[in-house]
Write a protein that binds this ligand. Structure first.
Ligand SMILES: Nc1ncnc2c1ncn2[C@@H]1O[C@H](COP(=O)(O)OP(=O)(O)O)[C@@H](O)[C@H]1O
Ligand SMILES: [Mg+2]
Length: 412
């Protein structure tokens, strides 16, 4: 075998967003929607969906296209778009706990190296940032302005950063003909997301497109003033659903290709992984990685059922996935009965599950309702949520799929 262990280890990257377009699978319809929003004057983009569903990877590929890197168009057979000119100056900001509101976001994009800093002369940035600081005197920030407020009435603090930002966007207009694309990832982490409508209104005169990326079930879960932003946001609103099975299989096939098909997945195993991961690309990478490594260790040519089973056990016992495993252990703690009830609910793929349907899957457990009660409590992680009328739902579909795919921890 001429492939190296290093290649096998890196072919799946559960902890990283996809950078190589050759490794990006599916999401074709969603991509078309994003491309058209890039081309559409005045439209902004908003990429949303569950945690781990592939938002950052998707946004990254879209941002690459915006910068004129068109490799993904070939990979997704979207060559229809390759003659379009995409020429944005792309800035990528990822929110963390320090980016608490839009004002902090503007500060971050003006001063960080992922933002404007490399694009404007240092003394210019410094002056602009200093001007903005001097103006930042009023107690109310952008977040404090209501959506009804006219931009002319805004506070000096807001005017300071917005004007600086506007000035810098204008300053960089000669860099890229489409203007600036500001990608704001993990937007849901921003505590106070109000003021976006008036901010975009204030920036209407410059060539700026934003792409918001974050965890949400719908647009209004991410954008506070979604009603006033509907016109600019609807066209470029992209929901990433769980991946359909064929797209999951495509992830695995692309991995085989990047190993020159020297190491393969049995066809049945591809479908079994697709069933187990329930559309969660993160789990595809996790299961793919450890089953492939297992086959590599044994110098096999392909991953069969035994390698997948061993990988799933190893994931459960060897701490390859610390966060999900910690939640599993917290939910189950020392109770094999609670584990059975947790697994019974996880075993049903539908979102909302009737209690009796789950109880039927753990018949040997006395009083399953007691354990179900535990699983709703914060002490055990609050993994199940009461939906009324004896229906329950998992708080997080990724955790649910993880519970179902990995073997029991307690031997019964
Ligand atoms: N379209 C895709 N093709 C292949 N792998 C993907 C795709 N989308 C996401 N992934 C993988 O899934 C995992 C989670 O993706 P990520 O973009 O970080 O999700 P999110 O930002 O929604 O939390 C990563 O390992 C990433 O490499
Ligand atoms: Mg992400």
């Amino acid at each position: 075998m001429s492939i190296s262990r290093r290649e096998v280890i890196n072919v799946f990257q559960p902890a990283q967003e996809i950078s190589d377009p050759k490794r990006f699978a599916g999401r074709r319809t969603e991509f078309v929607r994003a491309l058209e929003a890039l081309l559409s004057d005045g439209a902004h983009l908003c990429v949303y969906g569950q945690r781990g569903i592939g938002k950052s990877s998707f946004a990254r590929q879209v941002a690459d296209v915006a910068e004129g890197k068109l490799g993904i168009l070939k990979a997704l057979a979207l060559e229809d778009y390759k003659d379009e000119k995409f020429d944005f100056l792309t800035l990528r900001i990822t929110c963390d706990d320090t980016v608490t509101d839009l004002e902090r976001l503007l500060q971050r994009s003006l001063t960080s190296t992922d933002g404007f800093a490399p694009w404007v002369q240092e003394d210019v940035t410094k002056r602009i940032v200093q001007d903005a600081r001097n103006l930042s005197v009023a107690p109310s920030g952008i977040g404090a302005t209501s959506q009804h407020q006219e931009t002319t009435e805004t506070s000096p603090k807001k005017r300071g950063w917005v004007e600086s930002f506007t000035e810098v966007v204008k300053d960089t207009q000669n860099v890229a003909s489409d203007g600036v694309l500001l990608v704001i990832d993990e937007f849901d982490r921003m505590k106070d997301r109000s003021g976006l409508a008036s901010l975009l209104k204030a920036l209407a005169g410059v060539k700026l497109k934003v792409m918001l990326v974050g965890v949400a079930d719908d647009l209004k879960g991410l954008i506070v003033e979604h009603q006033s932003l509907q016109r600019q946001m609807t066209e470029g609103a992209v929901l990433l659903p769980p991946m359909p099975s064929d797209e999951v299989v495509e992830i695995l096939t692309k991995a085989e290709e990047s190993l020159n098909r020297e190491l393969l997945f049995d066809e049945a195993i591809k479908h079994r992984i697709a069933d187990l991961c329930r559309g969660q690309p993160y789990l595809v990478h996790l299961f793919g990685k450890y089953s492939l490594l297992e086959a590599f260790r044994l110098q096999l040519k392909s991953v069969g059922p035994e390698q997948l089973d061993n990988a799933l056990s190893a994931i459960a016992t060897e701490g390859h996935e610390a966060m999900l495993e910690e939640r599993y252990r917290k939910a189950v703690a020392s109770s094999p009965q609670r584990e059975s009830v947790l697994r019974a609910f996880a075993g049903i793929a539908r979102d909302k599950i009737h209690n009796t349907e789950a109880y039927a899957l753990c018949k040997s457990i006395d009083q399953p309702a007691v354990y179900l009660g535990h699983l709703r409590q914060a002490k055990y992680g609050g993994e199940l949520i009461d939906r009324g009328n004896r229906y329950h739902e998992f708080k997080d579909a990724l955790f649910k799929a993880y519970v179902n795919a990995t073997p029991r921890r307690f031997v019964v």
